[in-house]
Write a protein that binds this ligand. Structure first.
Ligand SMILES: Cc1cc2nc3c(=O)[nH]c(=O)nc-3n(C[C@H](O)[C@H](O)[C@H](O)COP(=O)(O)OP(=O)(O)OC[C@H]3O[C@@H](n4cnc5c(N)ncnc54)[C@H](O)[C@@H]3O)c2cc1C
Length: 423
């Protein structure tokens, strides 16, 4: 069981799959941690030497109200299941990350965000209630009014407050599977922020791809809205990267060529398509994480507050460019003002940058230290769901409610991430 970055971690002492949400937690001498679908990049879902409780066996729907769109489902249900079953009935996820192969429990524990953060906030903003199973055997139903502190600690709580057995989620009504997308090329950070501000006024989903190696940062801003239109079905077949090559296929030369070709490709200014390729472009190539080779890869995802975001983004991109590292997968997006419900939720009003980096060892880690300094000076934070190496000082500085959160950590639950940043 490896997390998405394919970085090497010592294995858990044991892993067990849970099928019955009414069953007690396995009695464990060592620490325990829930494992959703392993789509976190680093060690937030890793518990070396401890127990992992696999939740994919908790895969039942418990209730669905087709008039209100309120769904109650077990925590191991994948977002993919919900989309396949309920999009044809006019309901979609209120917030979705860039892959649909994550569980409800994983989406809650990292309080994931999507392209509509400026209007919808995070996943937790749409979670009405859930059940939390603690290691003392107690079951707590949590909502904004019942066990409100545990509710706020568990949303974005990195799986540390116990095991979530089921979740009640408010879905979003959509007119159908179609989405109308506008594309805009931009040159320079200022142009990105101007286009983005205008797009967020009128569009529900806004995100930009950015060429991290260009001398002047450039990219493509995409803005989409659900519309009532006939579209071809989404492709049902996705090819797979069949094996992990010994070395990364991503290097500076291949990246510069790829980015230039991608940026300059013929681009329709407006098109209407099935929404799945828009929301989940990476799900069209299964196991794409293998292209980074046996040493795996890191994602660096940071958020910096409004007011300093232009200067911070320019500094981050200049530092990355100077290093010659990075990858094709680079996303720039702003976060809006909808306050997250979780004590440790990642988004803050401002801007957020996410980039993948092949693991080249020391040079990559040194680059991250330079990026950390920019984020820290800007008063920003890194995203635990994507992290595998942030220093504890940066974590503690970036999450001011950490001490409050710590009271709600289940004494039997732990993760490599938690031990690393809290030691
Ligand atoms: C291609 C790709 C694109 C992505 N895009 C985005 C994005 O746009 N936005 C974003 O926010 N994230 C994004 N992510 C990250 C991903 O959404 C999160 O890491 C998510 O939490 C993974 O869910 P999972 O089910 O795989 O959980 P895992 O990765 O297995 O676990 C994540 C955490 O959830 C906890 N957990 C899992 N199940 C339970 C449970 N039942 N009870 C308690 N705790 C539990 C685990 O202990 C762990 O701490 C992306 C990831 C990939 C691979």
């Amino acid at each position: 069981m490896q997390s998405w970055g394919n970085l090497p971690y010592p294995p858990p002492s044991r892993s067990r799959r849970l099928f019955d949400r009414a069953a007690p937690l396995p009695a464990a001498d060592a620490s325990m941690l829930a494992w959703g679908n392993g789509r976190s990049y680093g060690d937030v879902c890793v518990n070396s030497g401890g127990e992992l409780i696999e939740t994919r066996g908790l895969d039942r729907y418990l209730a669905f109200d087709a008039d209100s769109g309120v769904l109650r489902a077990e925590a191991g249900v994948l977002l993919d299941d919900i989309v396949r079953h309920l999009l044809p009935r006019g309901w979609f996820l209120p917030v979705t990350p860039g892959t649909r192969f994550v569980t409800l429990g994983g989406a809650l524990a990292n309080d994931v965000h999507g392209k509509n953060h400026h209007v919808a906030g995070t996943f937790g903003n749409h979670v009405r209630r859930f059940e939390l199973l603690r290691s003392d055997g107690s079951r707590r139903e949590c909502s904004p009014t019942d066990n409100a502190e545990l509710y706020a600690a568990t949303i974005g709580g990195l799986g540390l407050t116990g095991l979530v057995t089921w979740i009640e989620l408010q879905l979003r009504r959509v007119p159908g599977p179609a989405i109308a997308v506008e594309n805009h090329r931009f040159h320079g950070i200022e142009e990105f922020f101007a286009l983005n501000a205008a797009a967020e006024q009128t569009h529900e989903h806004v995100v930009a791809w950015i060429d991290c190696l260009a001398a002047t940062p450039r990219g493509i801003l995409m803005a989409g809205d659900h519309v009532d239109a006939a579209v071809a079905p989404a492709p049902t077949f996705a090819p797979t990267v069949p094996f992990t090559p010994p070395l990364s296929l991503i290097n500076a030369a291949s990246l510069a060529a790829f980015n230039a070709a991608y940026f300059n490709r013929p681009l329709p200014q407006r098109r209407t398509t099935h929404c799945l390729p828009f929301f989940y472009p990476l799900d069209n190539l299964l196991h794409w994480n293998r292209v980074y080779g046996r040493r795996g890869f890191y994602q660096y995802q940071c958020a910096v507050p409004r007011g300093v975001e232009r200067a911070a983004m320019a500094a981050l991109l200049a530092t990355i460019r100077a290093s010659g590292q990075g990858s094709f997968l680079a996303v720039l997006k702003t976060f809006g003002d909808v306050a997250p419900k979780g004590m440790l939720s990642f988004p803050l009003p401002g801007a957020n940058l996410a980039l993948d980096f092949p693991n080249r060892g020391e040079p990559t880690l040194k680059l991250f230290e330079r990026l950390d300094a920019i984020v820290s000076d800007a008063g920003g934070r890194l995203y635990p769901a994507k992290d595998a190496r942030m220093p504890g000082t940066l974590f503690r500085q970036g999450y001011p409610r950490l001490q409050e959160f710590s009271q709600y950590v289940d004494p039997k639950f732990s993760s490599n991430f938690w031990r690393r940043v809290m030691e």
